[in-house]
Design a protein around this ligand. Structure first.
Ligand SMILES: Cc1cc2nc3c(=O)[nH]c(=O)nc-3n(C[C@H](O)[C@H](O)[C@H](O)COP(=O)(O)OP(=O)(O)OC[C@H]3O[C@@H](n4cnc5c(N)ncnc54)[C@H](O)[C@@H]3O)c2cc1C
Length: 396
């Protein structure tokens, strides 16, 4: 197990830490530590300006290969970046879907023309992406998508019809990647296409969905003859599943590793409250705080174990597959712990309905942690089938 970073990595740490010290102030002071879970609706424009600032400093897309505009940073350096970013109170990243999902997918599967068209906007922090996978009858069972794509010879374009749901930040995005059925008679993972669609067009309607926190981070998205350029399909018609699954590998990969610092900040805040309000004298709460601390250390060690075996090719080991299940469950429990430490105060909204405190928002939003990015049950299937090689569950 690798327990420390190299001297070169530590130098990289100092570089990013000092850049953040110099730049995350002034006009950006107000967005420090904002835009995280349960707070993601706050300051979108200011956070987009921050993305452009990061881009100027060369701090967007650092894990992308240099020939595509990234820094070619190793997994270790990417973890360091996320750690220092969280330590400095960096705001929730508006560009994370483009940087973490669209970019790596286009680099792996996209045509040169697609790479040239779409990567620069992500790198520069000027164009934002959302993920059009889930539908009312296709969540865990993603291969059940019903949205259709038909090529219109006269227009020379794909026409998209159907509905997506839970589309995070659709209202803030210029583009959406969409899985749709290119063969209307197909079922399951065959006959799908992976499309790159412009959001600002008459054929697309975005309707916000209000969440438990009273905010609208995600949306329903309706496609009614929405147009998509002939060249804006990644891979061939019918090959969309391969691309879609490749993308999910990035979602469950390195981009989640650095979040532990954010968790540490939350746990520190809870410990401080417990000390201040006397909750720390309750042995049962003290035990749960200790468990939370231990869980966070385990997350850390598992990340380090993953790092110690993985190469610099961005690939992750089987150990990484336990990460989503572990952190999501841990964080949901942390939300509950926060409420119990706050005691009766947890049930009071300071300024009126939905004027939630940071930990109240975190608690409510953390209920979603065990759902998005693959539910806990689906994570267990992934561990069983892909990491442990157990028999696949029967599929319809
Ligand atoms: C905050 C948030 C943001 C999201 N953002 C996006 C986004 O930007 N884009 C997008 O496309 N989607 C997004 N989603 C949707 C998310 O991917 C789905 O909610 C998730 O995949 C689960 O699908 P579902 O909601 O349809 O639940 P279902 O799949 O209907 O699952 C219902 C229950 O059945 C269980 N279950 C289902 N299948 C199995 C099985 N085979 N074995 C055991 N148990 C099973 C599930 O674990 C769950 O408990 C988001 C969701 C949330 C909560």
């Amino acid at each position: 197990m690798k327990l420390s970073f190299s001297a070169e990595d530590e130098q990289f740490r100092e570089e990013i830490a000092s850049w953040l010290r110099e730049n995350l102030g002034g006009e950006f002071e107000q967005i420090r530590s904002r835009g995280g879970p349960g707070d993601e609706h706050m300051y979108p424009e200011e956070r987009k300006a921050w993305e452009r600032k990061l881009a100027e400093g060369g701090w967007t897309c650092i894990g992308w290969p240099q020939e595509y505009g990234g820094r070619g940073a190793s997994i270790e350096q990417q973890v360091i970046f996320h750690e220092e970013y969280a330590r400095a109170g960096g705001p929730g990243r508006m560009g994370h879907i483009g940087e973490g999902l669209t970019g790596p997918t286009l680099i792996a599967f996209g045509s040169e023309e697609q790479q040239q068209r779409f990567l620069p906007g992500i790198l520069a922090g000027t164009e934002y992406w959302c993920q059009g996978y889930s539908e009312p009858s296709a969540g865990s069972d993603l291969a059940n998508v019903k949205t259709k794509a038909r090529f219109d010879e006269e227009k020379g374009k794909w026409l998209i019809n159907g509905q997506k749901v839970w589309t995070s930040n659709a209202h803030e995005s210029e583009h959406c990647f969409v899985i749709a059925r290119t063969d209307p008679d197909s079922v399951g993972h065959r006959g799908l296409g992976f499309f790159l669609i412009e959001m600002d067009q008459p054929g697309i309607e975005v309707r916000p969905i209000e969440q438990l926190t009273g905010t609208c981070e995600f949306n329903e998205v309706f496609f009614d003859d929405a147009e998509c350029g002939a060249g804006d399909i990644v891979g061939a018609p019918g090959e969309g599943w391969k691309v879609a699954m490749g993308l999910l590998g990035y979602e469950r990969g390195v981009s989640t590793l650095g979040q532990q610092m954010l968790f540490q900040n939350e746990l520190d805040e809870i410990v401080q409250i417990a000390r201040d309000n006397g909750a720390a004298r309750d042995p049962a709460l003290r035990q749960r705080i200790a468990d939370a601390h231990i869980g966070l250390r385990i997350m850390r060690y598992n990340s380090m174990r993953t790092l110690s075996g993985g190469g610099n090719d961005g690939g992750l080991q089987k150990e990484a597959m336990i990460y989503k299940l572990f952190w999501a469950t841990w964080h949901r429990n942390l939300g509950k712990l926060a409420m119990d430490v706050l005691g009766p105060e947890a049930e009071i909204c300071e300024g009126g309905p939905y004027q939630l405190g940071r930990l109240q928002s975190m608690y409510l939003f953390s209920r979603a942690d065990t759902i998005y990015g693959g539910t806990n049950q689906i994570q267990r299937n992934i561990i069983a089938e892909r990491a442990l090689g157990m028999p696949r569950e029967p599929r319809g």
